[in-house]
Ligand binder design. Structure first.
Ligand SMILES: [Zn+2]
Length: 451
């Protein structure tokens, strides 16, 4: 059983802006918080007296936060980073991403996943909602298990013969059988860190029958359902042409929207969509960097939140960002609403909640919010003096400094399930990050298959 003592940090629980505990120890056992304050150091000393090993982090001067949750990601696309520029969603998928995904073998998939997870852990990410591709999904779970990150994901479902390439198409029964196989092999493994999600790619890549069957599987097994929706105007227009319905209304009509659903993007949405998502309890993964890079538009985050929709943050895949860095997404998420709605439209505290607790809820991670006994021991330790964020005391609160002037260089450690999975002193992330030569060779293997 893992045991961890974080000594002397400032605990920022992010339950309310006032949830700040300076110079406070924290003790976790078996991946859950046991105690904070004097009780924490007492329990750690007691465990050590009994011969148990307690991992320690000395954190005086550091800020300890709930770890960042990446609510929309494609680890299979990390090796497709820095592809063609100047394309919108549909041509970008057809010209680069789908041929690239089809060119993977299990080995290149593994390198793609390791690279993306290492990048994520070193930026304070503790949990990901990851949409894989049609095949080689075991490599994703294997990489996540070895890295110790919390992983919700698996294979993607796509079967529409009119819109998808043959190499990336799986008939309804085949795609769902693969999700079921992954479920029986991986779901709940690694102390509960691995979970399978049901993932139809988006409305236009799936037949009506596949969408209905995916919704049924997610409902029967109580799994997270993850899909893209209303990212791009051409995508929305195609759905309307095919179904006569607005995109989200159509997804609802086939049973896809529920409290276990997380929809990526929701850029081209209006009042009717806000109400629908709020009524269904469906979460939105806001991906501002990806939406700007693919010229998709800007998600109406204040309106969604105002209607009662839970909005989390994602970077999307490295192919359309081109980074996996929650600090960049937080900065964009905080700034974009100001262009339309003024300086007070979304606070730094709210953005941090989107990047942490709202993400955890979107991934259906269990446990209470805050640094309380029983909460998941998933943390990021930030060093407010090591980067370029000093001074940070003018405003009387730490949140603006984190969102606007910190970055991945400020991450001193990332802890998942009560175990330190990244320390700044080790940029290889415990050997997880593939060597440059390994990355180049993998890309060459993929390139040959894409020609
Ligand atoms: Zn995506």
């Amino acid at each position: 059983m893992s045991r961890l003592l974080i000594e002397g940090g400032t605990l920022l629980g992010l339950t309310t802006p006032a949830d700040v505990a300076p110079d406070t120890d924290l003790y976790a056992e078996g991946g859950r918080i046991r105690a904070t304050g004097q009780e924490a150091s007492r329990l750690a000393a007691e465990a050590e007296r009994d011969g148990a090993r307690v991992e320690r982090i000395e954190a005086p001067g550091d800020w300890v936060l709930p770890g960042f949750v990446q609510a929309h990601l494609h680890l299979c696309q990390t090796l497709l980073r820095n592809g063609p520029e100047g394309l919108e969603l549909l041509p970008w998928l057809h010209q680069h991403v789908w041929p690239g995904e089809a060119a993977h073998d299990a080995g290149t998939m593994s390198i793609s996943a390791r690279l993306g997870i290492a990048e994520s852990l070193s930026a304070g990410v503790v949990a990901v909602l990851d949409m894989g591709t049609v095949r080689h999904s075991d490599a994703l779970f294997e990489a996540a298990a070895a890295a110790g990150i919390r992983y919700v994901g698996g294979n993607v479902l796509m079967d529409d013969p009119e819109t998808t390439p043959p190499a990336l198409r799986a008939p309804v029964e085949e795609g769902l059988a693969e999700t079921e196989r992954l479920h029986s092999k991986w779901h709940g493994r690694e102390n509960g860190r691995l979970s399978v999600a049901v993932q139809p790619r988006f409305a236009i890549s799936c037949t009506d029958r596949l969408l209905r069957a995916a919704a049924e599987l997610a409902r029967d097994r109580a799994l997270v359902l993850h899909t893209h929706a209303s990212e791009n105007r051409a995508e929305c227009a195609l759905v309307e042409r095919r179904t006569g319905m607005r995109n989200l209304a159509y997804l609802d009509s086939v049973g896809l929207l529920s409290h276990r659903t997380c929809v990526a993007h929701a850029v081209h949405t209006d009042d009717r969509d806000f109400r629908l998502l709020a009524e269904r309890g469906t979460a939105v993964a806001h991906c501002p960097g990806s939406n700007l890079k693919l010229a998709s538009g800007v998600c109406p985050v204040p309106e969604l939140r105002g209607a009662g929709v839970r909005v989390a943050l994602g970077s999307d895949g490295a192919a359309c960002n081109n980074l996996l860095d929650p600090f960049r997404e937080m900065r964009l998420a905080a700034l974009l609403p100001r262009a339309r709605e003024g300086a007070g439209s979304l606070s730094s505290f709210d953005v941090l909640r989107m990047a942490t607790w709202d993400g955890a809820a979107a991934l259906r991670l269990d446990g209470p919010e805050g640094f309380v006994p029983g909460a998941r021991a998933d943390f990021v330790v930030l060093d407010p003096e090591g980067g370029w964020s000093l001074p940070h005391d003018w405003s009387g609160e730490p949140y603006g400094a984190i969102v606007f002037s910190m970055g991945r260089e400020s991450v001193a450690a990332t802890i998942v399930d009560g175990v330190v999975r990244y320390r700044r002193e080790d940029p290889s992330v415990g050997g997880l990050k593939p060597a440059a030569a390994e990355i180049h060779q993998a890309v060459e293997r993929m390139r040959v298959r894409m020609l």
